[in-house]
Design a protein. Structure first.
Length: 292
């Protein structure tokens, strides 16, 4: 990449990283993940501090910047600073402040745990509200509206979100199928995916191989892929027709699902209103299902 084609904004840099990620060495991919997940730290930390936190050497950071066409790391770092220097406190900083407020007792009371979880989830939801891209949401709804059927896959922690998606979509009379892999038959179930169908794949680090396998089958069949994940550099995001990145709250190593479920509900109800507006819902009023 020559100097004239260098990214001029942090958004352009993130797009360039995503496009070139698979061509980078494993060590440079490690740098890419850290920079993408911790933009405010990158903006204000020293090279030595960033290298320590990313578990690489300072020279690796410089090699990463050079690989993207920059003369040095500080030149690339300016893109992070120009975007974030005037911003409100970042998600990670707000989480740290919340932890300091409530402390980290070794034997917390139930009420203290409630305070920690609710505060962290409020911060995560606020982050989702301000950071989610409207264009991506609309693109996901376009895919769902035009799909003959939708297949949803998510395992382990993500299974909760996947099963809710299937439940909600069925209640608006959308053909939705949960790829639950019963009997270990993820690939066999995925074979029923058609090019006219849509696939929703949900996975968070460490990314589930079963979900990746279903996504690969969907891609080979030409089905559009909607991804809900935790990083723009996740292996699913790099394959997606549209990728929705969610930063979940984490308290005492326990990760929440509040933001992911909120996003699933938004897409499901948003699709219902879209279908109703386009006269595809048989004129029925939109209402919560019994027992919902």
């Amino acid at each position: 990449m020559n100097q004239t084609n260098l990214p001029n904004t942090l958004e352009e840099l993130e797009q360039t990283i995503a496009e070139r990620y698979n061509d980078l060495s494993k060590r440079l991919q490690q740098v890419a993940r850290y920079l993408t997940d911790h933009p405010r730290d990158v903006a204000f930390d020293t090279v030595a501090s960033i290298a320590t936190k990313a578990n690489v050497t300072p020279s690796t950071l410089i090699r990463f910047a050079n690989a993207l066409g920059f003369q040095g790391f500080s030149e690339m770092q300016r893109l992070f600073r120009s975007k974030l220097i005037d911003d409100a406190p970042s998600y990670s900083e707000r989480i740290r402040m919340a932890r300091q407020e409530y402390g980290q007792s070794d034997n917390p009371s139930p009420f203290q745990l409630l305070q920690e979880f609710t505060t962290s989830n409020v911060i995560a939801l606020d982050h989702l509200k301000h950071e989610m891209d409207e264009e991506s949401l609309n693109k996901a709804l376009d895919i769902l509206e035009n799909a003959k059927s939708t297949h949803i896959v998510g395992v382990r922690r993500a299974f909760v979100v996947a099963s809710y998606f299937a439940y909600a979509l069925r209640h608006i009379e959308h053909h939705a199928y949960l790829v639950d892999g019963i009997g270990g038959m993820f690939k066999e179930q995925a074979q029923s995916i058609d090019a006219k169908d849509a696939v929703i794949a949900i996975s968070f680090t460490p990314y589930a191989q079963e979900t990746l396998d279903v996504a690969q089958i969907a891609m080979k069949k030409g089905s559009p892929l909607i991804v809900i994940t935790d990083s723009p550099l996740s292996p699913l995001a790099l394959q997606a027709s549209v990728s929705l990145v969610v930063k979940e709250a984490q308290v005492r190593s326990f990760r929440s699902l509040t933001s992911s479920l909120c996003l699933a509900q938004t897409l499901s109800i948003g699709l219902a209103y879209r279908l109703q507006a386009n006269n595809k819902l048989d004129g029925k009023p939109i209402a919560a299902p019994d027992g919902a």
